[in-house]
Design a protein around this ligand. Structure first.
Ligand code: GTP
Ligand code: MG
Length: 325
């Protein structure tokens, strides 16, 4: 049986029909020399620009107190068809092309920034508890943002990067390090949740708890779950198990954001080895049939902290919307 929650209004992504939308341009800087999700659409947005922050200029309300990135001297071309953008609830795309061009899309993502993205900074982060079932999880009703993905994809590393701590969540080269539902309270107001990885078949028999089962049960039962971050290793081609996981989340209407990890691994393009952007584009293409509207996605690296500020802004706007509704 598929369980559904009435409160799960987030991110019931606005379905944008390409036939009714105007073509527009936006400016965006991005670490990669070139990134294209699709070049064939007649509603493609495209721009080439050098910007100094992780966003092109945005209204004051949306800016972080201090710039968290060094300037990125980057002249890039990014094309995202309009119908592949993630438009958060209550965000209207202006009809006039020029008004959207002012930095409304987070760098290295397809996420349009709305007016809810305040309080994105992390000031405090503390481990709260490890739980082995949903009923044991903290019961104080603060919103949850959960990190899930294949073992070793970099969930714990991403959590540490987001909170700017080296070892708040334990990481390891060996898959299977995280084995419970681990709640970390951020700013005393929301949770980052580190979960065990899936797809690790070679764990010793006695450790082979049904992690996959209990994380999925947590997704279905946890009333305060705002969004699941599904981490995908962008340094390798799409894996069936990840495609299936995205399909399961979609089928069960669990709000999901894709985080493409390990984007710092930029091998020379030879012998058919693909760049992270190409692997990510292929993954998005393969899962498109599961989704009526494009899911949000962000390119990231816990080594370079690429995507960190963007993920925090995305969390902020989901969280603030969720708290208001
Ligand atoms: N190059 C690179 N390596 C990374 C990145 N993120 C994680 N790693 C490495 O990948 C390995 C696994 O990282 P973890 O953060 O422990 O992965 P996990 O998904 O939490 O793993 P489990 O808890 O076992 O499911 C470690 O050796 C990390 O240093 C990244 O963005 N880039
Ligand atoms: Mg881990």
């Amino acid at each position: 049986m598929v369980l559904r929650h009435q409160h799960r209004i987030l991110p019931r992504i606005y379905s944008i029909s390409s036939s009714t939308l105007p073509t527009f341009k936006f400016n965006l800087s991005f670490h990669s020399p070139f990134f294209s999700i699709s070049s064939s659409s007649d509603v493609a947005v495209a721009a080439s620009v050098a910007t100094k922050s992780h966003l092109a200029p945005v209204p004051k309300l949306l800016q972080l107190d201090k710039p968290l990135h060094p300037p990125v001297p980057d002249k890039t071309l990014l094309e995202i068809p309009l119908d592949k953008l993630f438009v958060p609830p209550e965000v209207e795309l202006p009809e006039a092309a020029t008004s959207v061009s002012r930095g409304r899309v987070l760098k290295g993502s397809n996420i349009v920034l709305g007016s809810y993205s305040r309080d994105a900074q992390v000031s405090t982060a503390e481990f709260v508890k490890s739980s082995t079932c949903t009923e044991d999880c903290p019961a104080d009703s603060l919103p949850d943002f959960a990190l899930v993905g294949r073992s070793n994809v970099g969930k714990s590393s991403l959590l540490n990067s987001l909170v700017r701590r080296k070892r708040l969540a334990l990481i390891s080269k060996k898959p299977g390090k995280t084995q419970c539902i681990n709640h970390f309270r951020i700013n005393d107001s929301w949770y980052l949740v580190d979960l065990p990885g899936y797809g690790y078949a070679s764990a010793p028999q006695k450790l082979r708890i049904n992690w996959d089962g209990f994380t999925k049960e947590y997704f279905l039962k946890r009333e305060t779950l705002v969004c699941v971050f599904l981490l995908i290793d962008a340094s390798i081609p799409p894996k069936k198990i990840d495609l299936e996981y995205a399909g399961w989340l979609s089928q069960n209407q669990i709000p999901m954001t894709l985080i493409f990890t390990k984007c710092d691994k930029r091998k020379k393009k030879k012998n058919g080895v693909k760049m992270p952007e190409e692997n990510a584009a292929e993954f998005l293409n393969l899962i498109s049939e599961y989704f009526q509207a494009a899911p949000p996605w962000i390119m990231a690296s816990s080594v370079t902290n690429m995507g960190r500020d963007e993920i925090l802004l995305h969390i902020a706007q989901l969280r603030n919307y969720w708290l208001k509704h």
